[in-house]
Design a protein around this ligand. Structure first.
Ligand SMILES: Nc1ncnc2c1ncn2[C@@H]1O[C@H](COP(=O)(O)OP(=O)(O)O)[C@@H](O)[C@H]1O
Ligand SMILES: [Mg+2]
Length: 330
């Protein structure tokens, strides 16, 4: 059902008609002991919109969406989805949400078909509706040709896709995906991204969490950058990148101490931010090619070996680095 189209017999609360947002989280807080996992998060998702929550591990993405989906009680704040307040234990509004957690909830000894049938019956879907919907879902997740095979024969990525299929069965208006491509093979990764694009074209709203800026850039109409439990910037990818001006991002893979390498960059001219990754340092610079000789000179000695140097136009990684002084992937 498309928003705002009323037919006789349709039950729509008045607030849905007045408020165009499909989902609205306001002032969410969640603490785990000393950790302020979610610290005053507010965001909204409009019908048909794909919203990305982009942030590193531990930023608070899973906690935020768990509250949004009514799985976890917030310490403060409110969530409204499709005109209903969402709280653990309440059922109103829940049917509008399809949550796909990272952990798999599928039976390896059953086929994809059997898994989907099982979950459809669990949701109380009439058999004929379920049959049609299962065909549609298998098509979207690209598993139609493997539907009769046992899930235990699937790759990790195919299992993840089936997990998404289960979240789609009841045709939610808002699909929430928690880092769906982490740890999957490239083929499944692409299939998952294409599924999200297809669902979005069909009008489904999507909340997509990721720490991959390429995915946020490709899929999302709007992106909230989250770090330490707080959404520190929000906008389209273009708005976010233009907010840091003409800075370029330089990523230098090295062998040797990344901390030492980062330290040597701190006083370099034209370098505004420096962060370390596992085997690389990342810099923001006003002019990559002009600063390159100085950067190389500062790094060249026997302790540090440069593997590769990459200079990119301003992107979401650069925005994150600029805002937090950290790399998105540590
Ligand atoms: N059940 C829990 N108990 C204690 N700490 C938690 C729990 N869940 C999450 N955290 C902590 O809250 C912070 C945010 O976690 P999470 O929402 O899982 O981040 P993300 O999904 O962005 O990686 C982290 O510091 C994490 O260790
Ligand atoms: Mg998470």
């Amino acid at each position: 059902m498309s928003p705002g189209r009323l037919t006789v017999g349709t039950v729509l609360s008045v607030s849905t008609l007045i408020d165009a947002h499909l989902a609205q989280a306001s002032g969410l807080h969640k603490r785990f002991g000393d950790i302020h996992a979610v610290n005053d998060v507010s965001l909204h998702i409009d019908p048909g919109e794909t919203y990305g929550l982009l942030g590193p591990n531990g930023a608070g993405k899973t906690t935020t969406i768990s509250i949004l989906a009514g799985l976890l009680e917030a310490d403060g704040g409110t969530v409204e989805v499709a005109g209903a307040q969402i709280r653990p234990g309440s059922t109103r509004g829940r049917e509008a949400i399809g949550l796909v957690p990272q952990d798999l909830a599928i039976y390896p000894d059953l086929t994809a078909d059997e898994n989907l049938k099982f979950f459809a019956s669990l949701y109380g879907m009439p058999k004929n509706d379920a049959k049609t919907r299962i065909d549609e879902v298998l098509d979207v997740i690209g598993l139609s040709d493997r539907r009769k095979d046992r899930v235990s024969t699937y790759s990790g990525g195919m299992k993840r896709r089936l997990n998404i299929g289960i979240g789609l069965l009841h045709s939610p208006r808002l699909l929430i995906l928690d880092e769906p491509t982490v740890g999957v093979d490239p083929q499944s990764r692409n299939a998952i991204l294409e599924s999200v694009e297809t669902l979005s074209e069909e009008g489904m709203a999507v909340l997509y969490t990721t720490h991959y800026m390429e995915e946020a850039e490709r899929l999302c109409d709007r992106i909230g950058i989250i770090d330490s439990g707080t959404v520190i910037a929000e906008g389209t990818a273009a708005e976010l990148t233009s907010s840091i001006g003409e800075q370029e991002r330089m990523r230098i893979e090295i062998s040797g101490s990344v901390d030492e390498a980062a330290h040597r960059m701190e006083s370099a001219e034209g370098i505004s931010d420096v962060a370390v990754e596992d085997r690389a340092i990342v810099l923001l610079t006003d002019d990559g090619s002009r600063r390159l000789p100085d950067v190389i000179r500062r790094l060249s000695d026997t302790d540090i070996q440069i593997g590769s140097i990459d200079i990119s136009r301003p992107d979401l990684e650069a925005v994150f680095l600029h805002l937090t002084g950290k790399a998105l992937r540590e």
